[in-house]
Design a protein around this ligand. Structure first.
Ligand code: TYM
Length: 346
């Protein structure tokens, strides 16, 4: 059976990249799959507390991401929305996977290198271990499909390596337990659509990110219509009119990015957008983009604001989601313990 899992960190400034690269696909997949969407609070705390903001911020951001999921159209009754720390099995499986994953594999992770920066001695062990916890998130549900943005591809490859090594190392025991010839599936990344890597509005070579000091670099999901309009009008472009074909965008990262954003918001391929706007000046294209962005994003911002203030409702969604998630996760852990020879109560 197929199961979808994905996660978003509660670190503030949810932006258009998170929405178009990931959340839009979360919403689509719920039509065809059983889905589990997680607010990964244990991942958020891997950066210094001065960066993740402390307890009040974590609570606020956890509720805000939950509100964003619901406002974007994920149905918490049909699917599971929960926060990671309420299901202890994520951390439990991460320990087992710490003993499966190799130092050499983690040393190759580019996101750790970027996030740790020059002062690597001062990075938390959790930041280094981040991808192992991520593998546990996915595999504790034996998920088969993982919708993410382009930047998570390497972490998904590591997840597959961990699953494969576990299956190989314990192949005999898996068979002896009557669990077939492998225990964990090889989860597939789902990286689709015209905006799998949304770039900064100020610099088309940098990814749009929560941590960019310039608020003009990104459109936040909580931005109102005025903020959206201002940021798009100020977005960096080049002097040429838009091309009518994709190959005209190859050396124009800012133009390419805006066309990708338009296409993703409109739900059509980039080629259609170029066919429509080829030859147009940026001023004209940008005003269409403002209209489209405001039309698609304002209702989400409004609903997010309303929901994230309703702590009673949001917290009950997380509690109910966690209860349902825990049942699946606990079942996976029973198998893991039996496979590895950890004696347990029967
Ligand atoms: P996070 O919170 O950093 O990002 C959430 C999702 O948004 C995508 N994304 C982007 N997509 C396109 N363009 C961008 N500029 C952009 N920036 C972010 C990310 O790829 C991600 O899909 N490590 C994960 C969280 C996680 C997770 C998991 C994901 C923890 N456990 C298990 C899947 C499965 C992350 O980057 O979160």
């Amino acid at each position: 059976t197929q199961r979808v899992f994905s996660g978003v960190q509660p670190t503030g400034n949810l932006h258009l990249g998170n929405y178009l690269g990931a959340i839009v696909n979360f919403v689509k997949l719920q039509e065809t799959h059983n889905c589990i969407y997680c607010v990964v609070d244990l991942h958020a705390i891997t950066v210094p507390v001065t960066v993740w903001g402390g307890p009040d911020e974590l609570r606020r951001n956890t509720r805000e991401v939950t509100a964003a999921f619901i406002a974007a159209g994920i149905d918490p009754n049909k699917h599971i929305i929960f926060n990671q720390s309420q299901v202890a099995e994520h951390a439990e499986l991460a320990w087992v996977f710490n003993c499966v994953a190799r130092l050499g594999w983690l040393n190759r992770m580019t996101q750790f290198k970027e996030k740790a920066g020059k002062d690597r001695e001062n990075a938390s062990i959790g930041l280094y271990d981040y991808p192992v916890l991520m593998a546990s998130d996915i595999l504790v549900y034996r998920a088969t499909h993982v919708p993410v943005g382009e930047d998570q591809k390497q972490h998904l490859e590591l997840t597959r390596d961990i699953a494969q090594k576990f299956n190989n190392d314990f192949a005999e025991s898996i068979a002896a337990q009557g669990l077939g010839d492998s225990y964990f599936p090889m989860p597939e990344p789902v990286i689709t659509g015209p905006a799998t890597r949304v770039m900064s509005l100020r610099d088309g070579t940098k990814k749009m990110s929560k941590s960019d000091p310039s608020d003009y670099s990104r459109i936040n999901l909580t931005d109102d219509a005025d903020a959206i309009a201002q940021k798009i009008r100020k977005a960096k472009t080049d002097p040429e009119p838009l091309p009518s074909e994709e190959k005209g965008l190859e050396t124009r990262p800012e133009a390419d990015n805006l066309v990708g954003i338009y296409a993703a918001l409109a739900g059509k391929p980039k080629t259609d957008v170029l066919a429509e706007f080829g030859g147009a000046q940026f001023s004209a294209f940008k005003s269409s983009l403002v209209d489209l962005a405001v039309e698609k994003l304002s209702p989400i911002a409004g609903e997010m604001k309303r929901l994230s203030a309703d702590h009673g409702y949001v917290d009950s969604v997380l509690a109910s989601g966690s209860d349902r998630a825990r049942v699946i996760a606990a079942e996976t852990m029973v198998g893991v313990k039996d496979i590895m020879g950890m004696v347990r109560k029967r």
